[in-house]
Design a protein around this ligand. Sequence first.
Ligand SMILES: NC(=O)c1ccc[n+]([C@@H]2O[C@H](COP(=O)([O-])OP(=O)(O)OC[C@H]3O[C@@H](n4cnc5c(N)ncnc54)[C@H](O)[C@@H]3O)[C@@H](O)[C@H]2O)c1
Ligand SMILES: [Zn+2]
Length: 376
Amino acid sequence: MSDNVVVVDLGSRAYSIHVGQRLLDSLGTLLGDVAQSQKVLLVFDEAVESPWGKMMHKLLVKAGYEVATHVMAAGEAAKTVETATAIWSKLADGAFDRDSTIVALGGGVVGDVAGFAAAAYLRGIAFIQIPTTLLAMVDSSVGGKTGVNLPQGKNLVGAFWQPRMVLADIDFLGTLSERQRVSGLAEIIKYGVIRDAELFAFLEENIATLFEGLHSADLIHVIRRSVEIKADVVVADEREGGLRRILNFGHTIGHAIEAEQHYEGMTHGEAIAVGMVVASALGRIHHPDTWTEECHARLVALLEKAGLPTRFPAGMSAEALIERTSVDKKVRKGTLRWVLPVRIGEVVISRDVTIEQAREVLVGLGATAGASHAGV
Ligand SMILES: NC(=O)c1ccc[n+]([C@@H]2O[C@H](COP(=O)([O-])OP(=O)(O)OC[C@H]3O[C@@H](n4cnc5c(N)ncnc54)[C@H](O)[C@@H]3O)[C@@H](O)[C@H]2O)c1
Ligand SMILES: [Zn+2]
């Protein structure tokens, strides 16, 4: 077993993130350190059930836990209040009390909805995150944002509710599709740009072999660094008043692409890869002395090496994207905040990007020009 521990130091709500391999061998002991009672509700989705869910159920029973399971449908469409309600019903039917624990086994969808269910049941019970996608390992399982979607939009209902522990075991990635793995790499590249030039350089050397068996130490290293960066930022700004916004690098346009495609086109990682190239091109305009052509070229080359897109897919309208960004969560008091790179390892929040600059960059990266809309 290999196990690296990162502590998210939030005082009385501090928790450990274990990053490694074969962590499940010691699941019983690790869980024993944080669970208040033997009662556990294990939540996973249908796609994770046969590779991991059933096995995890057996492991927990063997470790002496009294385990109920809730199997939800796979995919973003299941991240709803109805799914949370089904979890609450299961908890109430099983007489789960305040000392019981929810174990969320899966990607960001399962983590977000099961975490939200934990935040609200009996005004809050313990939950553990066992992320099974790369994105969930490096992003959604850390930081305590939980929630569900409404028909009106994504993540509109939720709560800040920190897990008691996170177990990120790279063995899970063995059954994940290539496309989902590559999608997670986009967030890891993001951490390099926003906070860690060394991580960025390490990725330039090693990104192509990260998922080869012999390179598991490299994969653990980059996940661990990503988790450390996210944990640092979250500790400094748990509720996204300031610093936490830097995590949105590439997300202004990334979210707009996802919404334009009704969440059925690019994956989240693919969309933010293009979004990072947009932010990078804007960085060339606003910080040309430090965010040089070489920096821009290095970012584009790394994304390409990872297998991520760096231009817009055909038929994407620049005006529609700009309009979407104006209803993005990052708009405050009418001014759009962009996260712009200053140098590799450092970004700033900027309100200085004009619509004309954004439009020019979008069109330059393959979005279609069109008649401009008023009031954007
Ligand atoms: N809470 C946060 O801070 C935060 C941050 C980023 C993203 N998110 C949320 O995360 C969600 C996206 O998460 P995701 O990308 O993990 O998607 P996901 O949870 O939908 O997982 C992607 C697909 O992979 C399957 N899968 C998961 N693990 C697997 C494995 N080991 N083997 C085989 N298949 C597996 C899932 O069943 C699903 O079909 C979005 O809802 C997003 O809003 C939350
Ligand atoms: Zn993201």
